[in-house]
Every structure is written in structure tokens, then in C-alpha cells.
Design a protein around this ligand. Structure first.
Ligand code: TYD
Length: 198
């Protein structure tokens, strides 16, 4: 089973990915908890380029995220799925569809095509989308913001709208969740939704 978490910056998806992984491990599942951009040595180097470089042209950005994802699927995700592990990934291709395809305006279809080629068509079985008001997402950001987190409020609103559009486009796979609730309540719903199937 391949499960991903998506949402704007500060939506709490990292917490949810961790809580789900811990719960499944307690039940005896082998769980691979990983994240994008990163998850491999090459991916972490690409992540550094992406988040801390100066100007990055929009298609360069999309291609670098796709390159990191291709490596991640080849090295980590597909081998884990093949040996029967559950893979829980903090961000995956929907991040590129929302940020690069829609918010940056490269086009959902074009970015989807690039990414499907990069990952050999591997889509998650289930994607939990943590929906949070863009204003609140900004106030939850801690530490030093990276290049993408430094984008303005307009960009955050575009990302939020983009994710809602993706949830409409992929209703069977993407499950939107209200991210304003207590983390434990959200975790419970995630678990129930997974256990109850599509
Ligand atoms: P990260 O540190 O993973 O942010 P977060 O903790 O919010 O997940 O940084 C990832 C940043 O890169 C984040 O602002 C979203 C962005 N991003 C894209 O624009 N496209 C992508 O395909 C991915 C995976 C991330």
C-alpha cells in the first residue's frame, strides 16, 4: 500500500505521516516513512538546490522535483512496495501538480505527464490532503523559511485552490481532511479511512 500526505506549508502533514507510520508499525506492518523532495542521497542534493538556490526557472523547478521523485521511486518506493511494505510519503507528485502545475502556471496536464513518465505511472493508493486556510498556514510556519515558503500570500492562496482542484479531479484517491482539528483526531480519521478501503 502506498499512502501520501499533501497540503500547504504548515498544514501538519509531517505529523500525520509520522503518526500513521507509528500506528501501522505497532500493528506489525513494515512501514517505510519517507519524504519529498529528498528521500535518497541524490534527492537530498536536489532538495538543497531547489530550496536554497537563487532564481530557479519554473520548468527547471518542475524538472528537478520530477528528477528527485524518479530517483526516490526507483531506489526506495518501488522496492519497498515490491517486498510488501507500506510506504508513507510526506508529499509526492500532487505537490508538483499543485505548486508547479497550477500555482506556477505550467499547466496541470503538462506537469502530470512529466511526472508520470518520471515514476513509471506509479500513483498512490490513497492521498490525504490536509486542508487549511492559507492565512493560518503562514502563521504556523516556524524557523527559517525556504525559497518556496518565502513566496507571497497570493501564491499560498493559489496552492490552496490548486489542492482543492486536485481533490475534485481525483476524488477516489485524494481524501480532503480538515486540518484545523487536534492532530490525534485527524490521525484517527486517517486510520479509519485507510482501514475502511476506498
Ligand atoms: P519541505 O521542507 O518538504 O516543506 P514541508 O515541510 O512544508 O513539506 O519543502 C518542500 C517545499 O517544496 C514546499 O514549499 C513545497 C515545495 N514542493 C514543490 O513545490 N513541488 C514538489 O513537487 C514538492 C515535493 C515540494
Amino acid at each position: 500500500m502506498f499512502v501520501t500526505f499533501e497540503g500547504g506549508d504548515g498544514s501538519g502533514k509531517t505529523t500525520q505521516a509520522t503518526l500513521l507510520a507509528e500506528r501501522l508499525r505497532r500493528e506489525g506492518e513494515e512501514v517505510v516513512l519517507t519524504r519529498e523532495p529528498g528521500g535518497t542521497e541524490l534527492g537530498e542534493r536536489i532538495r538543497e538546490l531547489l530550496l536554497h538556490a537563487g532564481h530557479v526557472a519554473p520548468w527547471a523547478e518542475a524538472a528537478l522535483f520530477a528528477a528527485s521523485r524518479a530517483q526516490h521511486v526507483d531506489e526506495v518506493i518501488r522496492p519497498a512496495l515490491e517486498r510488501g511494505a507500506v510506504v508513507v510519503c510526506d508529499r509526492y507528485l500532487d505537490s508538483s501538480l499543485a505548486y508547479q502545475g497550477i500555482a506556477r502556471g505550467l499547466g496541470l496536464e503538462a506537469v502530470l505527464e512529466l511526472n508520470l513518465s518520471a515514476v513509471g505511472g506509479l500513483l498512490p493508493d490513497r492521498t490525504f490532503l490536509l486542508v487549511i486556510d492559507p492565512g493560518e498556514s503562514r502563521s504556523r510556519l516556524g524557523g527559517a523559511p525556504d525559497r518556496i515558503e518565502r513566496e507571497d500570500d497570493r501564491f499560498r492562496v493559489l496552492v490552496d485552490e490548486a489542492y482543492r482542484e486536485l481533490a475534485r479531479r481525483f476524488p477516489g484517491r485524494i481524501v480532503p481532511l480538515d486540518a484545523r482539528r487536534e492532530p490525534t483526531a485527524i490521525a484517527e480519521e486517517v486510520y479509519e479511512r485507510l482501514r475502511s478501503g476506498p
